[in-house]
Design a protein around this ligand. Sequence first.
Ligand code: NAP
Length: 354
Amino acid sequence: MPGLRTAWRIDRAGSLDRLRRVEEPLPPPAAGEARIAVHAVGLNFADAFACLGLYSATPRGSFVPGLEVAGVVEELGEPLPGHPPVRVGDRVLVLTRFGGYATALNADTRYVVPIPADWSFAEAAAYPVQALTAWYGLVRLGAARAGSVVLVQSAAGGVGLQALAILTRLGARPVAVVGTAAKRDFLLERHALAPACAIVRDGAGDAAALDAALGALAAPGFDLVFDAVLGRGFRPAFRRLAPEGRYVLYGAADFMPRGASRGWLALARRWLARPRLDPLAMISENRALLAFNLIWLWESIDRMPEALDALAALALPPPHVGAIRPFAAAPAALAELKSGHTIGKSVLLVGAAA
Ligand SMILES: NC(=O)c1ccc[n+]([C@@H]2O[C@H](COP(=O)([O-])OP(=O)(O)OC[C@H]3O[C@@H](n4cnc5c(N)ncnc54)[C@H](OP(=O)(O)O)[C@@H]3O)[C@@H](O)[C@H]2O)c1
């Protein structure tokens, strides 16, 4: 049956101020789709970039942001061969290619995954994007393994905490970099990190702090750097890669404008100051730079089950949800995430769940 839903929609990317709450019809699920009654929406830093039109995959024209939700299957379209079994009433999480900021949506059932029985909807909505990002960057591209010395930028953020959880499971040795002393305190309370291995980013002092962390681990350099800031910390970290070291770059938070819209002048300054590498030096120093965007994995649907299975095999604990906000407060919650001060995941709760 067709239904009505509430969604946060932006008619044209460019400013967070353009997010509007709308009531709109939702058609019945098509073949291979399930209609999901959304209970929780996971927020991602990329949502802010998408609304600003600074995300490469941002849809042209009107769109609903949001890359992941958790909820209950309400209705099913005709089943399609090759799709996993899904039943009405199942508690599920869903990976969406936009469209998640909504009280209900139709999802391709190949992106619908059962929720572990002891996880809440908020925890489930906090999981897929950030855990897949951390797994893909650290394990698939970064080749992290037991004993690897791994520098994690923004380690108290959503992806960052998942990265620490994965590195802990692997028996790797993380060094965490964060933007504030409060985040460092949080990490030292919850993770087995030596004080020298939890660093507050500080521009000028970064190099000395990285050397102190390597000294504490008796390591000659980093086997892996996992960075989505692309700020002033890039060069000192890249220089401290050990031979065979990999720098995995998966974002550019330093390019996030301070205000609600793009601020082209400040962006242009950052663009001109962006780090550049000499590929010839990379050969002689045995160092590599890799980069990725998870949207590619979403589009490569055949690879998704392998990635989800590898993650499930790690049996990570439920993610840390640092901020739970009502669905009606989506713009404020996104602004809060964009500020860079949140710890762990930010989630919107929908309806009775809120
Ligand atoms: N490539 C991909 O497929 C992919 C997928 C998911 C996420 N990402 C990227 O991964 C990063 C983490 O995403 P997330 O959703 O988990 O967010 P998050 O880490 O919870 O929040 C982003 C963090 O970026 C840091 N930051 C650095 N400079 C900033 C600035 N100028 N303004 C605001 N924050 C700044 C802040 O932490 P500190 O100050 O502590 O560093 C902030 O907490 C983001 O850059 C995101 O775009 C990429």
